[in-house]
Design a binder for this molecule. Sequence first.
Ligand SMILES: C[S@@+](CC[C@H](N)C(=O)[O-])C[C@H]1O[C@@H](n2cnc3c(N)ncnc32)[C@H](O)[C@@H]1O
Length: 228
Amino acid sequence: MHDSHDGKTVTMTEQEVEAGQAVYSKPILGIYDWFVLGFSNRLIWKCPSRHILALYDRHVTANHLDVGVGTGYFLDSCRFPDASTRLGLMDLNSNCLDAAGKRLARYRPEVYRANVLDPISRDIPSFDSISLTYLLHCLPGTMKTKSAVFRHLKPLLKPNGVMFGATLLSDGVHRSWAAKRLMALYNAKGVFTNDQDDLQGLRTALSEHFTSVTIDVVGCAALFSARG
Ligand SMILES: C[S@@+](CC[C@H](N)C(=O)[O-])C[C@H]1O[C@@H](n2cnc3c(N)ncnc32)[C@H](O)[C@@H]1O
């Protein structure tokens, strides 16, 4: 966790972590659902958001933690199996936590500000399901180093729980010319760091932490679920 924005104490790695979430200002969050979840998912990444929503409907439980919440769109739209849902929201960016927290106020969410690349030090009661959607491709590093996220979040997941989500990959998936250009731009700006992320690397990272791993590729997105 780091709060310094003065440029003096921020190391290179912290700057990279910062870049992966700093883009989510209030104005950007205002157009996020339309631009990312509508336009880009359908026309650039070729993974219409209904596929990700179906993943939530399949795996979400009434005791759920979402990590990298953005605007909270999928949590707002998915079907929780129980009206009395316990919902946790975790993110490094307080704009995202505010936006998703307001949108999901009906669940009285627990809000946690944390950098998932650091160990999660709080004593948080565990969840039956944890989602990380479009988080991994925003994190600096390689799939090998990003797998720290699974290690940090696993203590928050009950032994029979499920971790699921989606991430955009560069290799092992089909990318259109437009997808390659937009990904290259986002990688150059540090908004994404996924130019080395591939399908096999994701499978290896998940398999190091879970015994049962399922990955479906839709466009350039890998939709995964993992247990055990
Ligand atoms: C592309 S958005 C995904 C939003 C949402 N899950 C969705 O699919 O629409 C990535 C989210 O991850 C968060 N994020 C980026 N880096 C993070 C980090 N190191 N720790 C925690 N959250 C981070 C961002 O603030 C943002 O909310």
